[in-house]
Design a protein around this ligand. Structure first.
Ligand code: HEM
Ligand code: SF4
Length: 763
């Protein structure tokens, strides 16, 4: 039998074919122990091969739990073997693909993974449970249909994203598709983009107001803009830099209000060069472009980029694609028609209401295929490919809401399309509504996941699906986004209702929790980031959603948006709204809360203090940590009232309080002097590596040290927002450290019965 390499010879881009051969050799070298694991890890990441958690052979897909066949000695969590089945991310620039490519993806899902194709929050596809040895053939088969996995992960230029309705949008300045495509091609493997300390994300949007491109959360965000010059319309972009989510999110800042189209690629290249030269390399936590811009200041950064631009050697690729831009066109399969008079199948109206977008081009529509949790099976993918062939003229796009969009559907074809989608199990309404919950992989497959984002998303979906059209319209169109941990791959900051996973320990048992993040804004290209207002057990989150949305409907003033409502009622009230759901019943009373969604096993099994006395056993430090949480919440209130100085000072106090909580586990008489607390904390928890859990290292401690050593010169909304985020993360880290010490039965832990109140240990 010929190998794939032989079969596909001549059908792959020669450079990619060679790169894949090299990668195959690198796998062999790693296997033979002749390649350093760290080097191999970055090598495979740059080819899109991620390590993956695989829950002892289980996979929960939000609907059911599948049993997967894997060798029994492979384990869940970070200690998985280097060659254990992993995740393969497949880059889909601007989410655009054709039916043949989708067919290939279906084949690969079936042959090499668990038969499921997953659409990510950045328009990529992912296959899970893929064996590293199969990846070269996967890459070859993708290359043969014009897809690469190169730089899908790693410290590189990640997938270039764009509005999925670019080109058919009714409010865009112009179609950004060819520019996104050119940028993706130009930066792929570019020598100036190989020396980054961290990933680099580019996004395109056709307008400023809508959310589609999410430019505010990207390292480089390009928004289409036009100018009139000598009576001619000139195309260009507003360019924003330094945005990003992750643990400490930052909004991108306007760097240039009009970059002419032929200057766009050299500008991106110059930004890349400055980032590669001056960006942080050692400390991953401070390595994104946003940190460099904060350090240098936007003006200085702009100056450096301008200087770099001046000395760039000219490159014909900067503008060679531009003559083709005008010719770029997607051809529909059928002529324009109207829906009038068509027989409409049952359920069509609802689907039409939520899933169909009337294109700018008269007689055409774009139809979203709702993919619950972003998943579709290989068989469904083939059906979608066939429907695209039949109805659209081959135009498919993935969306950041983890759906697939069929563009250029002639309107009269919509009922037939709906019928066919229904047959494939893909005819659900609700795209872009509260039902369309976005979730990162979470504990299902991500090694860093703390709580089950997908399990929760599946639960919310099934609870709301019956009621979707009975919900008030203002609630129906809210966005829910969930991340399994603070890293925010599920983009929880920009949801109306955002959640990120965390855990809390009560009576020595761990309970999966979610931080509730309110105030984020999806419109205006992710115009505002929300802040966490408190944690609730995972199992209470659906009730929290019901309670908050019901109140919104009851108290909404006129056409008030959800963000405006949240702002009006204030943080204190928001917190009060979730407080009834924060309580954790005793294990004996309600065990369900001690396990996560979709996973009947106990979250973890504690071995200390269970049933020791009538009252639960709570350490003094836990009280102090709770106080730290309160302080950071007070800081939020001050931020809300624009008292930035107080917000900063409270957030800082919250950090010292949390540090003190840990110090007290070893040194009860530490006192309340901040210098002493920080010095003791540094020597006992930082220098010893005790705080540094294996995921976040000691990075969160740096937030405390930085604020302690150099208080801010000026107090701004950005500074206050940032220090609150940092304080929250630092407190999470101290909780994690406290819990792990407790688990290890650390000596010297001071405990007090819960009923004795907060007698000791207050600042
Ligand atoms: C320190 C580690 C990580 C950080 C800071 C991080 C951060 C992020 C952020 C901020 C986003 C998306 C938001 C955006 O830019 O649109 C993202 C996307 C994503 N992350 Fe992570 N992430 C980390 C590790 C992981 C891991 C271990 C996994 C699971 C294997 C994962 C899975 C994803 C997925 C599936 C996406 C959507 C992706 C895409 O197509 O690029 N992330 N990550
Ligand atoms: S947010 Fe956390 S759990 Fe979710 S994919 Fe990212 S790192 Fe994993």
């Amino acid at each position: 039998m010929p190998t794939w390499k032989e079969k596909l010879a001549g059908r792959m881009d020669p450079q990619i074919a060679e790169e894949v051969d090299v990668f195959e050799t690198q796998i062999a070298l790693r296997k033979a122990g002749k390649m350093d694991e760290k080097v191999f890890a970055e090598t495979r990441l740059r080819r899109g091969c991620y390590g993956q958690r695989y829950d002892n052979g289980h996979r929960h897909d939000g609907v059911r739990t599948q049993q997967l066949e894997f060798p029994s000695d492979l384990t869940k969590g970070p200690e998985t073997f280097w060659d254990a089945p992993g995740m393969q991310r497949i880059k889909i620039p601007f989410g655009g693909l054709n039916p043949d490519q989708l067919d290939t993806l279906a084949e690969l899902a079936e042959e090499y993974s668990d038969g499921i194709l997953h659409v990510t929050t950045r328009q990529d596809f992912q296959l899970h449970y893929v064996h590293i040895e199969d990846t070269p053939n996967i890459m070859r088969r993708l290359a043969a249909v014009g897809i690469t996995t190169r730089e899908a992960c790693g410290n590189s230029v990640r997938n270039v994203t764009a509005c999925p309705i670019a080109g058919v949008c009714r409010s865009e300045s112009f179609d950004v598709t060819p520019y996104a495509k050119a940028a993706a091609k130009f930066m792929l493997g570019h020598p100036d983009a190989q020396g980054f300390g961290r990933k680099f994300k580019i996004a395109f949007s056709g307008c400023r107001e809508e959310a589609c491109g999410l430019t505010s959360l990207h390292d480089v965000g390009c928004i289409a803009a036009t100018r009139s010059e000598n009576g001619n319309e000139k195309r260009g972009f507003e360019v924003y830099v330094g945005g990003g989510l992750g643990a400490v999110p930052q909004q991108a800042k306007l760097m240039n209000d009009f970059v002419a189209e032929d200057e766009l690629l050299p500008l991106i290249q110059s930004i890349g060069r400055v980032f590669a030269r001056l960006g942080e390399k050692k400390n991953r936590a401070a390595a994104r472009l946003k940190f460099l811009i904060t350090k240098l200041g936007l003006d200085e950064f702009r100056r450096l980029v301008d200087e770099e631009r001046k000395i760039l050697p000219a490159d014909s690729r900067w503008s060679s694609y531009i003559p083709d831009v005008a010719r770029y066109q997607e051809s529909p399969k059928h002529g324009p028609t109207h829906l009038n008079g068509q027989q409409r199948p049952e359920g069509f109206e609802k689907w039409h209401l939520t899933n169909v977008y009337r294109q700018r081009q008269e007689g055409y529509a774009a139809a979203a295929i709702t993919l619950p949790l972003g998943d579709l099976t290989a068989a469904q993918a083939r059906q979608v490919a066939n429907l695209a062939r039949r109805f659209t003229g081959d135009n498919l796009r993935t969306t950041v809401e983890q759906n697939i969009l069929l563009r250029w559907v002639s309107e009269a074809d919509l009922p037939d399309l709906y019928r066919e989608l229904g047959r494939a199990g893909l005819g659900e309404p609700g795209a872009g509504t509260i039902l369309d919950v976005v979730a990162c992989p979470g504990t299902d497959t991500c090694k860093l996941g703390i709580a089950s984002s997908r399990g929760l998303a599946g639960e919310i979906r099934s609870r709301l699906s019956e009621r979707l059209f009975a919900l008030d319209e203002s609630v129906r169109n809210l966005h829910i986004k969930i991340s399994g941990c603070f890293n925010s791959c599920g983009q929880h900051h920009i949801a109306d209702l955002g959640f990120y996973g965390t855990s809390r320990t009560i009576a020595n048992r761990k309970i999966p929790h979610f931080q509730v993040v309110l105030g984020g804004k999806w419109q205006d290209n992710a115009g505002a980031y929300g802040l966490a207002i408190g944690t609730v057990p995972s199992k209470r989150v659906p009730d929290v959603i019901d309670s908050i949305t019901a109140r919104y409907v009851r108290e909404r003033k006129g056409t008030e948006t959800f963000q405006a409502f949240i702002k009006r009622i204030g943080k204190q009230e928001c917190r009060a709204m979730i407080e009834p759901f924060m309580e954790v019943p005793a294990y004996e009373k309600d065990r369900s809360i001690y396990s996560d969604w979709g996973d009947p096993r106990e979250f973890t099994i504690g071995d200390m203090g269970v049933g020791e006395c009538a009252g639960e056993v709570i350490s003094v430090s836990q009280f102090d940590l709770a106080d730290a949480e309160r302080l950071v919440f007070d800081a939020q209130l001050q931020l809300e009232h624009e008292n930035y100085t107080q917000a900063d000072s409270l957030a800082y106090r919250a950090m010292t309080q949390a540090a003190m909580a840990l110090v007290k586990t070893q040194f009860i008489d530490v006192g309340d002097n901040a210098d002493v607390i920080v010095a003791e904390f540094r020597s006992r928890f930082f220098d010893t590596g005790l705080l540094g859990d294996r995921y976040a290292g000691n990075k969160f401690a740096e937030y405390l040290f930085r604020r302690h050593d150099s208080p801010p010169q000026e107090h701004t909304i950005d500074q206050a927002h940032r220090i609150i985020e940092e304080a929250q993360l630092f407190i999470e880290a101290t909780y994690a450290c406290h819990d792990s010490l407790a688990e290890r039965g650390a000596r010297g832990m001071v405990v007090a019965p819960v009923h004795s109140g907060k007698a000791a240990g207050k600042l």
